[in-house]
Design a protein around this ligand. Structure first.
Ligand SMILES: O=C(O)CCC(=O)C(=O)O
Length: 283
């Protein structure tokens, strides 16, 4: 074993030591990282001063990278593998709507037919305080449900949409999102393809359950999100510049808190590792 691991919280996550991403990561080390990733759900690499190319190359060790056709506004014009999560004003001086990325509990790309396997978010510049991200362990949350609730959820599908809590006041982003990403039904309980463990696949992008009304679905969706986001199942990441945080979207969900002072720069860049096809479109 060449890497070291230190738990980040009771529920999930580990900080990885002994890795210098800029110097390159070989096959054996990549295998160790992958195995730690499956065990902990989130891996944190601190103090990684890497270029965009190095961030992309490191991410590609874990699978094929998304070029983000479902989020064309947010990808970097020259590096489509990179999604910009930034509050830096646009060139025309308008506020950047990417400022609001992730401010609902979600699992990346759940609203597509190929939801993300992993995401690797790199902090370039973070505010003096706050701008934290919450994560929840969805395997633990599933395991803690009663057998009756587990039986009820088995076979159910949630309808996932791209909707955000904070709409962009300056654009037709929401309409474009709906057109590019029509609602898709995803299983509420997913079996992790590598660990074989069941996890809840739910979040605030779920509007309704398939074959149920919104009125019937809403209390259950709200209960499950509240259940899974209990402190017991979560980790709160406090960013420093040059962190790379890598998470498994198949067994975690996350939320950008947006809790930082106005006027301070928060700039992060994300790669997305494609997962396996999942879900069905509504006819
Ligand atoms: O900005 C953050 O803290 C999280 C961003 C996010 O939710 C995402 O990349 O999916």
């Amino acid at each position: 074993m060449t890497i070291t691991l230190k738990p980040l919280s009771y529920a999930l996550g580990a900080e990885v030591g002994g890795v210098d991403i800029a110097a390159g990561v070989g096959g054996n080390m990549a295998a160790e990282i992958r195995s730690a990733f499956l065990e902990h759900g989130i891996l944190l690499f601190r103090d990684q001063k890497v270029t965009r190319e190095q961030h992309i190359a490191f991410s590609a060790l874990f699978g094929e990278l998304d070029k983000h056709p479902t989020l064309p506004r947010d990808r970097h014009p020259d590096y489509p593998e990179l999604l910009m999560i930034t509050n830096e004003p646009k060139a025309n001086g308008q506020p950047n709507d990417a400022k609001y990325t992730g401010q609902t509990w979600h699992s990346d790309m759940s609203y597509t037919s190929v939801p993300a396997m992993g995401s690797l978010l790199r902090s370039v510049k973070v505010p003096s305080v706050g701008g934290d991200t919450m994560f929840a362990n969805m395997t633990m949350a599933y395991d803690a449900l009663s057998p009756g609730m587990q039986r009820m959820l088995e076979g159910m599908h949630g309808i996932h949409a791209t909707a955000r809590k904070v709409a962009d006041p300056n654009s037709d982003r929401a309409a474009e999102g709906r057109k590019l990403n029509p609602p898709i039904a995803q299983p509420v309980v997913r079996v992790h393809p590598e660990t074989g463990r069941k996890a809840l696949y739910i979040g605030e992008k779920v509007t309704c359950f398939a074959d149920m009304t919104e009125a019937e679905s809403r209390p259950i969706i709200d209960y499950l999100v509240r259940h899974a986001s209990k402190p017991h199942f979560t980790y709160r990441h406090v960013w420093r510049d040059n962190d790379i945080l890598m998470w498994d979207n198949r067994c975690t969900m996350h939320l950008a808190l947006g809790d930082y002072p106005d006027g301070e720069l928060r700039h992060l860049e994300r790669t997305t590792v494609l997962g396996t096809p999942s879900g069905y479109y509504l006819t």
